[in-house]
Design a protein around this ligand. Structure first.
Ligand SMILES: [Zn+2]
Length: 219
């Protein structure tokens, strides 16, 4: 009887672990303005003229927000336009930054945009990349074990659904400058990134080794 009870408890624990991660929709503003700015971004930065800002996912890009809370991280992406955007400066897109997913410190996974709508999170590659932002990161607030677990889960979920070739950390994006997927027209438009840290990427990659993503281009 005792053994049976123990068995029942362990089955319960195992099954609850399995179903512990799920996606919660927490949409940022996706209105006509954001749609038009996204279409403009696709055309101006990549030369893609489209009627819909849909992407064909080929890559997953992992990030950290540095912003310490979910609420503040969400607020940074929520509005359609960049804060302090001046529409009179035509050379700079007013489209706010965002990502399709955000993972809270406790590992909760939020979907901020439909998975195949373009988000502005990685120069040169937004037309083919799904972004996963992790709340926090950097010195003083390293990404948590729960976030690691959820990122691994999310990479598997997305790879099952789409034809994903590459998994990268944001800091690796410039390796793609000479790759056919790279479409940014301005060779001077680059930012230096360190997120989400080499250590975090190593752990995620190790856990999803069986998915056989392609090797990154050499620098
Ligand atoms: Zn980033």
């Amino acid at each position: 009887m005792r053994i049976l009870a123990l068995f029942a408890i362990s089955v319960l624990i195992l099954s609850s672990c399995k179903s512990a991660i799920r996606i919660i929709d927490k949409p940022i503003v996706y209105d006509q303005e954001r749609k038009l700015l996204t279409l403009e971004y696709l055309e101006q930065r990549y030369g893609i003229k489209a009627n819909s800002p849909k992407i064909t996912p080929k890559m997953i890009v992992l990030h950290w927000t540095v912003i310490p809370t979910l609420q503040k991280s969400f607020e940074a992406f929520e509005n359609a336009t960049l804060p302090n955007w001046r529409p009179d400066i035509k050379t700079v897109s007013g489209l706010n930054v965002s990502s399709q997913f955000m993972v809270d410190r406790d590992g909760t996974v939020y979907r901020l945009l439909p998975e195949t709508i373009m988000a502005r999170h990685v120069i040169g590659l937004n037309h083919c990349a799904i972004g996963v932002e992790n709340v926090g990161g950097d010195i003083g607030q390293p990404l948590t074990k729960a976030q690691l677990k959820s990122n691994i889960w999310l990479v598997r979920y997305l790879s099952n659904k789409y034809d994903i070739d590459y998994l990268i950390g944001h800091y690796e994006y410039t390796l793609f400058e000479n790759h056919p997927l790279w479409l940014e027209k301005d060779s001077g438009y680059r930012t230096v990134k360190t997120d989400p840290g080499a250590d975090f990427m190593e752990k995620v990659r190790k856990a999803v080794d069986d998915l056989n993503f392609k090797l990154l281009p050499k620098s």
